[in-house]
Design a protein around this ligand. Structure first.
Ligand SMILES: Cc1ncc(COP(=O)(O)O)c(C=O)c1O
Length: 409
């Protein structure tokens, strides 16, 4: 398809103007006010189906769950829920990471058996809620094994492991790499984990790891090293008599974020999973957040300032990091588009700034943008995950409103 790198069905340029789910982006902003998230939930459905189809093509017995931390709007959850009822192979389960996420999933129609709980630094109070439901809990530290064992002897649990390798869009290894991280049992501690589990009659039936962030095809060799390590640990657990029925490879699957990025080759991804996990005769589970929901949401904002200052052009918006924190927390690149000139790249470069009184409240620096004026509407593309959910009240700025579309016109 010709046109900007980000264009695709549901996010198009028509007569020079940005269309989201077939609707005119600027018209949405004028109708509903800014800042405004516009969600094309068809995209989420497409991503879920693509993932499921790829896993099926590779002959993997599989489960797909949504990492609820990425996107929890009831409207989005209703679309995922409708893909398949509890127990149905087409259904998408939930990865929850806090007691309130667990309750949120239950309230929105998920059965406890469809929910996988992977927390970090889980407290007794967290366990009060989690253990009250027959959800599957993955435990990620020796001390947590002891705690869960004391509270729920005999329970079937998963073990989050740390294979000391990981894959990130920028090469980062925040979850699992050379540096010690707070997540997962290291291989040298596996025997202690088995011993603790046995002491409490805990049955380890799942191996879990989450080692990636927004990785694309180029990062798959790094991911494969992590999977190799996790597969080795799975074999050791099986040899120790643990009935491992599922290996959960976490999330971390990325979508294109910058010009030149190519979509993740799902067949290359599943080929790696198949190579290392099929011999283990396990169900392969994954729990993406970004992959399912990042591309479905776009933030619309009004330009309130255009000013040349000391050689730089600042374009100021009526939205800041409080409504869209992902870029500021993870450093993800941001693509800003002028809704009425969506097909144009622009000749000059600008700095796109937010409305929060902090010097770092900059969405993008020195990026090309077509000429803009006060009152124009811009879109920050592909921010459907880790943004609305992370909104904060700093400066008492209210959250952005949202509109959700379940069809394309
Ligand atoms: C345990 C776990 N699973 C899944 C995810 C989802 O990750 P992503 O949105 O990168 O797919 C996360 C994100 O932090 C996580 O911590």
């Amino acid at each position: 398809m010709s046109g900007p790198w980000w264009a695709r069905p549901g996010l198009e340029v028509r007569h020079g103007r940005l269309r989201i789910a077939g609707r005119d982006g600027e018209a949405l902003a004028r109708e509903h006010g800014t800042p405004l998230y516009a969600y094309d939930l068809v995209r989420m459905e497409e991503q879920a189906r693509a993932l499921r189809d790829a896993l099926a093509r590779a002959g993997l017995r599989h489960r797909v769950r949504l990492a609820l931390k990425a996107q929890r709007a009831p409207e989005a959850l209703a679309v995922l829920r409708a893909l398949g009822p509890p127990g149905h192979p087409a259904g998408v389960g939930i990865d929850a990471c806090s007691p309130r996420e667990l309750l949120h999933a239950l309230e929105h129609g998920w059965a406890p058996e469809e929910i996988s709980y992977t927390g970090t630094n889980v407290s007794e109070r967290d366990l009060d809620v989690v253990l009250a439901h027959p959800v599957h809990i993955n435990v990620d530290l020796l001390s947590q094994l002891e705690r869960v064992g004391r509270r729920a002897p005999g329970r079937a649990i998963g073990l989050r492991v740390n294979p000391r390798a990981g894959a990130g869009w920028d090469g980062s290894q925040t979850y699992s790499g050379e540096r010690p991280t707070k997540f997962g049992i290291y291989e040298e501690d596996l025997e202690r984990a088995v011993e603790a589990a046995r002491r409490h009659a805990l049955v380890i039936d799942t191996v879990h790891f989450h080692v990636g962030r927004a990785y694309l095809t180029e990062a798959l060799p790094a991911l494969e090293r992590a999977i190799e390590g996790a597969a080795r640990m799975t074999r050791r657990l099986k040899e120790a008599g643990m009935p491992i029925g599922e290996v959960n490879v976490g999330g971390g699957l990325g979508v294109p974020q910058r010009a030149g990025d190519r979509p993740l080759d799902l067949d290359a991804w599943t080929a790696i999973l198949a190579r290392h996990l099929v011999p283990l005769e396990v169900v392969v589970a994954c729990e993406p957040g970004d992959y399912l929901t990042k591309e479905c949401g776009h933030l619309l904002a009004e330009v309130v300032t255009v000013e040349d200052r000391a050689g730089a052009t600042f374009v100021g918006l009526d939205a800041g990091f409080t409504v869209a924190p992902e870029h500021f927390i993870y450093g993800m690149p941001v693509q800003v588009v002028v809704c009425r000139a969506a097909g144009e790249t622009g000749t000059g470069t600008v700095t796109v700034a937010g409305n929060i009184n902090e010097g770092d409240d900059l969405f993008a620096e020195d990026v090309p943008l077509p000429p803009v004026e006060e009152g124009d509407i811009v879109a920050i593309l592909n921010v459907g995950s880790y943004n609305a959910v992370m909104a904060m009240e700093h400066c008492l700025r209210p959250p952005a409103a949202s509109v959700f579309f379940t069809d394309r016109v």
